[in-house]
Design a protein around this ligand. Structure first.
Ligand code: HEC
Length: 166
């Protein structure tokens, strides 16, 4: 029960994070902007999954926006040691680069899955993250289930690799 409430809270606060990157420059600003796009996309997906008549096109558009800033597009914005103020990135990123890359790839995979799942009916269910989940499995889910997986992915990476808690 506690876990459920926490997860819902984490997802909502993720979607409404005030962006504190006014003073950022260079690659740090670029990746913060990319994260901002993710946040906007998550807000849009959340709104769709709370609608009685979700719009598959809006879901697909948000899924593609996430893909544009996930996977390699994300990891290439984290050159080793790029911790300039006001970055909230942790050293751990480069100590555990494989894990960091894995989470960024997983986000890409989930967003691709959401494109397939966009026209499926809502299920009212939450889904658990499983590392070996295939794209086909994700594409067969309800968009609301994929939303919970996406939210868990953001939170998982932030917990390990971002200094600020969300
Ligand atoms: C692979 C790891 C990873 C994933 C996946 C990830 N993030 Fe992040 N995110 C980070 C890191 C690291 C930072 C801190 C970057 C910095 O401050 O230099 C961050 C920062 C942010 C910020 C703050 C940006 C700012 O202006 O300070 C937001 C908002 C954000 N992420 C949203 C999301 C959302 C929404 C998702 C999921 C759809 C997500 N992130 C997925 C690693 C990740």
């Amino acid at each position: 029960m506690f876990k459920r409430i926490f997860t819902a809270f984490a997802i909502i606060s993720l979607a409404s994070t005030a962006l504190a990157h006014d003073k950022a420059t260079g690659i740090v600003k670029e990746r913060m902007d990319g994260m901002g796009v993710l946040s906007t996309a998550m807000k849009s997906i959340l709104a769709q999954t709370q609608s009685k008549t979700p719009d598959p096109e809006a879901l697909k558009e948000a899924a593609r926006a996430i893909q544009d800033h996930a996977g390699e597009a994300m990891t290439k914005r984290f050159p080793e040691g790029s911790l300039d103020y006001p970055s909230e990135a942790k050293e751990a990123i480069w100590q555990d680069w494989t894990r960091f890359q894995h989470l960024a790839q997983q986000l890409d995979l989930l967003a691709k899955g959401l494109e397939f799942a966009a026209a499926n009916p809502l299920t009212g269910k939450r889904a658990e993250l499983q590392d070996n989940r295939m794209l086909m499995d994700i594409g067969a889910m309800g968009p609301d289930e994929v939303f919970t997986l996406l939210g868990k992915n953001c939170v998982a990476c932030h917990k390990e690799f971002r200094a600020k808690k969300n």
